[in-house]
Write a protein that binds this ligand. Sequence first.
Ligand SMILES: [Fe+2]
Length: 511
Amino acid sequence: MSLNRRRFIAASAASAAMSVLPLSALGNVLSEDNNLSWLKRFHDAKTKKPWLSAYQSVSSDSFSSQAQIEGKWPQDLTGTLYRNGPARHEIGDFRYQHWFDGDGMLQAFRMTSKGVFHQGKMIQTQKYLAENAAGRALYPGFGTVPPNPAPVTSADLVNVGNISVLPHNGKLLALWEAGSPWDMDPETLETKGLHSFSAETKGVPFSAHPRVENDGTLWNFGYASSANLIVLWHIDKNGKPVKVGTIPCDPMSMPHDFIVTSKHIVLMMPPLNYKREHASSFLDAHHWQENQATRVLVVDKNDFSQYKWLELPSQWVFHFGNGWEDASGVIRFDGARSEDPMIMISSFRDIMKGEVSESSHSRHHQYRIDTKSWTISEEPLFAAHIQTEFPAIDPRVSCVRNRRLVMMSNNDKTPAVHPNLNEVCSFDLESGLRDAYRYPDSQMPEEHLFVAKPGSALESQGWVVGTAHDWQKQTTLLNVFDVEAVSAGPIATATLPYALPLGLHGKFVAS
Ligand SMILES: [Fe+2]
């Protein structure tokens, strides 16, 4: 159970390096879908589908501007919204072949009494610097293998740090899924380098969705596919590892998020099985086995050697909202459940060549684990025509009982001209009321967060804060809603003089 760092580093490198096959093995990919044609196809498609600007490559490696404010910005909404996401999708005449391969850009929306100031900077990863110097794509990514790929000797060599951010212990970390966090300057957004929590854990995978309890205690997982190992992290509020352990998992899947309660860690392992043979990218090494169960790992927070495996019908949850546990030992958690992850994952490949494929359908479910009988059950939270993703909570109730969820959603009966989710909503788990605002078709919203009003009771007063790409006006917006009246629309909007590509996750730091 103890961490074998050498084994992890070797396995992580192997997981990344497996992407590098001889060009002959990629013959079909390169002859049918040569790299230049992905670039051309995307830009040709954008003339007919202008909303594809949400997936175009960033126009510069840094941005800064004061935003123009409309409406009344709440006086006590001050702080910084940090966001991360794939932003550079092209280098030279090469376009990445999966949205998740884009090099990461860190953004800060600084909200003060003087207004909103925006900064954005490309994360200066080893890969980004090396490819800039070479003037071409060098390394395989999550779903892309460029021509004549260079060898991958460690996962962090191809770590694009493009998924999320973690403010913790005064630090700001940019997170990827299969490697180390990137240490970022919270003021200048400069890249300081790879971060390790200790010498022993240097290079050990640290996933993009850590859970932070209200006292600053940090939990996370990582995985090394080639070693069939899950790693679990317990880090104190000062950023020091308390314990780091491993649990065997065979077959390995591709878990993206997890939940933590007062006593347990829960990881869902869908049957998206990792098989190294005959794969041209890390993504292509995963195979959906729809007839197999989804395994659910429940681990004792205090002793990583104590765990149980449970089973659910085949399913995939990309993001969870929150998990908590009552006095009788019943765990409850929620997540955006889909029947088949490959629809969603493939759609993010197709969008890179300007194609809209079948959209995935994720329907929010609530789960219940009885830790006395070790049984698990699930039930949907919404009608089948309501899709959801990017669940968020008041961070002060992380890992304890929550009543409210803020989510991006979609009503299948009112589709937009673009294929993305077009609503933001607040959902009351106790009353069952969903309060949603539908964005205009010209705006493509990203993740929205719950920001508590200073001094307010838990999950009571506050705001929903989130960004959107306006493809008609070619701007990026930061919207603020009253969490008690989301359907009334934004109470204030900060508009940037430029449009940024869609990103992934963010965190708000109050000032
Ligand atoms: Fe995520």
